[in-house]
Design a protein around this ligand. Sequence first.
Ligand SMILES: *Cc1c(COP(=O)(O)O)cnc(C)c1O
Length: 363
Amino acid sequence: MIPFNQLKPLHVLHADEIAEAMQRVADSGWYILGPEVKAFEQEFADYHGVPYAVGVANGTDAIELALRAGDIGSGDEVITVAHTAMATVSAIESTGATPVLVDIDPNTYTLNPERIHEALTDKTRAIVVVHIYGQPADINALKAIADDHDILLIEDCAQAHGAEYHGQKVGTIGHFGTFSFYPTKNMGAYGDGGMVITHDEALADKLQKLRNYGQTTRYTHKSRGTNSRLDEMQAAILRVKLTHLDSHNERRNEIAKIYNENLNGVIKPHVRKNVHHVYHLYVIRATNRDDFMEELKDKGVGSLIHYPIPIHLQDSHRDLGLGEGSLPETEKAAKEIVSLPMYIGLTDEEVLRVCSAVNDLRG
Ligand SMILES: *Cc1c(COP(=O)(O)O)cnc(C)c1O
């Protein structure tokens, strides 16, 4: 069986370095917001070429706190997509703001900038763009719109650590880049973790307070906040992971290349010009998708759907008032997409076996 994903091979690859980092934290006697988080924030900021990075508890909080730092809340509208992890929309709603969902570009599955104008109202305060599957969205077009309308642009980079758009790292183009270090992401912790990056000192300062109950100095609070901290153990592990991020992304690209060169009878990922795609997921489209996945499973190949039910069609979000047919490309994609195995530790030979299984069925 070739599973859709597994994390153990990646651990084994770096086991000694990870063990050393964990031991260092255990021995230090300092477990929350200490030297490891500080060092990791600096290293993550340097990797992106931005001055500020603020560690938070997870990728959902990263989006929520970025919006809050931008003073977005009740009565405001935030434009995003329905083709994403629920987290993107939950984070917007946690601020009290209303998500306004727009359709995607069917080739890249990312927010279609042409759909923004019909979604803009005088209440629109931000756009949260998702670099889904590891491919940068059309961020320059979105930045131009955000600048024109004086609204905030937040890049949800939870699936795109290290991806680049026209030579610029994702997360550095909008006002904020938000990251998740959930274990299955391209850069995963051994638990939960998140990060917000920004060029703006005042916004970074606000984020630092927000994540720690609004505290300025010990037991002094000038504003309200919450508890959303990255812990020392995760930070120490993530410092190790950051040093391997580029090589892991290279390996993901090698795997994608083998898929691209050997798969037949399915629609393969379309990659924009001038981007560095980091293949968090390798997503194809197949006809009779559900049967196809069952048949793949019978051939010993695991697969998943990211995501089978668009947010606006989830029972939880029917009250947004967007019925079936309102986001046609999103809904069509949800019926056709399949994510094939993609992880560090997957061998070339296994990728070729996945290709043979697909080609036996559809080639
Ligand atoms: C994983 C993910 C998140 C949320 O991250 P958590 O760390 O699980 O809170 C947000 N957006 C997208 C696109 C994701 O894939």
